[in-house]
Design a protein around this ligand. Sequence first.
Ligand SMILES: [Zn+2]
Length: 98
Amino acid sequence: MRAAAKDKRKRLRQFRELARQRQNGLCFYCRQPMAKAGSAAALAAPMSVETIEHRRPKCRGGTDSAANLVLTCRACNTRKASMNETAFLAQLSERDHI
Ligand SMILES: [Zn+2]
């Protein structure tokens, strides 16, 4: 494996651990508990699996810096897709999702 790719994986792992603590294991958007990928909870509720989310999507100029990354459940990540964060949060509260 190339050193750069290895570094990126290591950084992402560290980011996940820090973000999990910072967010108390809750989705950044809907505040529901997230399941760790590969766990029994994840198998039972695949849409609750923790994913890394770009607050500003890469297609809108977002970067991989820690400031732009949060952990969200797969459901939120999928729904948000390439929407910007403000639009997505507005939609979440409109639908009174959760
Ligand atoms: Zn969520």
